[in-house]
Structures are given as structure tokens and as C-alpha cells.
Design a protein around this ligand. Structure first.
Ligand code: TZP
Ligand code: MG
Length: 218
């Protein structure tokens, strides 16, 4: 069993090739690791991904190693097979991805499991499922990184989901640095971000702000 420390949700960086059309994925992730992100998720999907399946496997292997070297948990989005191939620390599963019960059965004893919950019904259903470590709740704000995102829930929606959740929550979707104190006030355990870091020219400063937002440690 992997032990799960909710503090890994504080500064949770997500990206894949589709998020970095003009820069080197490995360099960006290495900078983020050096600056202190607490988790990294390789999420490579959609029409703008520019990795073939073999390139995706090679990238996952390299990113996995970089995270291990930094002592930062490495998650894979929506691809249990790939996560197994590279011995990821965890998988993140969406409501429309592989069935969560199947995933728990296949890898729950080896890997951490995150699950996306965008509304109260999804949180309440997820609370009944044994073996999930955290929920990703959002989009809190409008996001341009996920074209098929669920409706925006806002800070008040996030707060309600955090209250109902029987697991730690990482907030996601359209989060900017100026939003972090308000997000932390909802008692979320952290923020998961793509564009806040991929589109920043001062990743170090942003990551300090993520780390210092005053997260709930419940
Ligand atoms: N799931 C819900 S919103 C989102 C995902 C993967 C995208 C988050 O990206 P950004 O750029 O931080 O809004
Ligand atoms: Mg997904």
C-alpha cells in the first residue's frame, strides 16, 4: 500500500505536450520540480498532443525518473496501462475515463488514486467508494486547458464540495495566483494547475505562492 499524505496536493502541477506547444516538456517539469512542486501529473491527451504512443511511453518513463529523483509523486492521467508500465505512484481518473471500480481493483493496492468530482452527486457517490485517495474538484473558474470541462463551480461550489467530501480535495480549473488565498479558505488541500505554470515566466515565484497559500491539512 502506498501511503497518502494530503500535503502532496498543495502545489500539484499537471501538463503534457498539448500544454507546451513552444517549450520543452522536460525542461519545464524539471524547473517545476526544482522549485518545489509537491506532485506532478503527466496528462497528455487531445487533438493538440504531439506525442505518438511510443513517444508518450518514452516521455512517461523519463518524467517518472525525474520525479523519483526529486522525491515528488508522479501521477498519470487516465491511462492505467501506461501507469503500470512506468510504475507511476498514482493515477488520476475522470468520471468519463476507465471505470473507477475497475481501476481500484487493478492498481489500488500499488498506486494512489485521484478521482475527478465536479458536482455534489459525484462527490456523494465517490464517498461510498473505498480506495480513492483524493478528489479533484472543479473547474473552479473558466479554463482554456480542457475543452470538455464540466460547468464552472466557482468558489462557493468548491466550498460545498469540500464540505461534503470525505477525502482531501485538490481544486482545479482556471486558477490564478491571486485566487489562491480564497481557494485555501474553502479548506481545499491544494491547487492543481496547468496554465498558471505553463504560461508563466516566473515559475519559481508561482510555486512559492502555491506552497504558501495556507492549505488545510485535515
Ligand atoms: N480538469 C478540470 S479543469 C482542468 C482539468 C484537467 C484544466 C486545468 O487547467 P488550467 O490551465 O489550470 O485551467
Ligand atoms: Mg481525465
Amino acid at each position: 500500500m502506498k501511503t497518502f499524505n494530503p500535503a502532496i496536493l498543495q502545489a500539484y502541477f499537471i501538463c503534457g505536450s498539448q500544454d507546451l506547444p513552444h517549450s520543452n516538456l522536460f525542461q519545464v517539469v524539471q524547473t517545476a520540480l526544482d522549485a518545489g512542486i509537491t506532485a506532478y501529473q503527466f496528462r497528455d491527451k487531445g487533438p493538440n498532443s504531439h506525442l505518438s504512443p511510443p513517444q508518450k511511453l518514452a516521455a512517461a518513463k523519463q518524467l517518472r525518473q525525474m520525479c523519483a529523483q526529486a522525491g515528488v509523486p508522479f501521477f498519470i492521467d487516465d491511462d492505467v496501462q501506461l501507469a503500470q508500465k512506468v510504475q507511476a505512484d498514482g493515477v488520476h481518473i475522470g468520471q468519463n475515463d476507465q471505470n473507477i471500480h475497475q481501476v481500484i481493483q487493478e492498481v489500488g493496492s500499488q498506486m494512489l488514486i485521484g478521482y475527478s468530482c465536479s458536482n455534489m452527486a459525484e462527490v456523494q457517490a465517490a464517498n461510498q467508494i473505498k480506495g480513492i485517495n483524493y478528489y479533484g474538484c472543479g473547474p473552479v473558474f473558466t479554463t482554456s486547458s480542457k475543452p470538455d470541462a464540466s460547468p464552472v463551480i466557482g468558489l462557493s461550489g468548491l466550498k460545498k464540495l469540500v464540505q461534503a467530501a470525505q477525502r482531501p480535495v485538490v481544486a482545479i480549473g482556471g486558477i490564478k495566483a491571486s485566487d489562491l488565498p480564497a481557494i485555501a479558505q474553502t479548506q481545499a488541500s491544494g491547487a492543481a494547475v496547468i496554465s498558471l505554470l505553463t504560461q508563466s515566466n516566473d515559475r519559481f515565484a508561482i510555486i512559492q505562492q502555491l506552497l504558501q497559500a495556507g492549505w488545510s491539512t485535515d
